[in-house]
Design a protein around this ligand. Structure first.
Ligand SMILES: [Zn+2]
Length: 103
């Protein structure tokens, strides 16, 4: 799964040290039907980019759009994930319009 996720981050590099991300940069915090909550951290300088939401129905998509990564000064905590989950729920089923169209 992580190797597939790496495809989604291939277009991105660390804004601090300009190194690319690899699968070790990605931590899966939560996995649900069609949605991953991931944490992204640079393996070179340790900069933490906070959480990214990834909606997927087919991760083998050939031309994934670059993801929007939220900058977060604080390392992610469990509360952050719960908060994010609430946020998603508040979007009613409509949230995936904010995600790259992988379908
Ligand atoms: Zn870096």
């Amino acid at each position: 799964m992580k190797k597939k996720l790496k495809i989604l981050f291939d277009n991105l590099c660390c804004s601090q040290c300009k190194n690319g991300f690899d699968e070790n940069s990605i931590t899966i915090k939560r996995e649900e039907n069609g949605l991953l909550v991931t944490n992204l951290q640079c393996q070179h300088c340790g900069k933490n980019f906070g959480i990214a939401f990834i909606g997927f129905s087919d991760l083998s998509v050939k031309n994934p759009e670059p993801l929007e990564v939220q900058e977060g000064p604080e390392p992610i905590s469990y509360d952050d994930v719960i908060e994010a989950h609430r946020f998603i729920k508040n979007l009613d089923g409509d949230w995936h319009k904010y995600l790259p169209d992988n379908r």
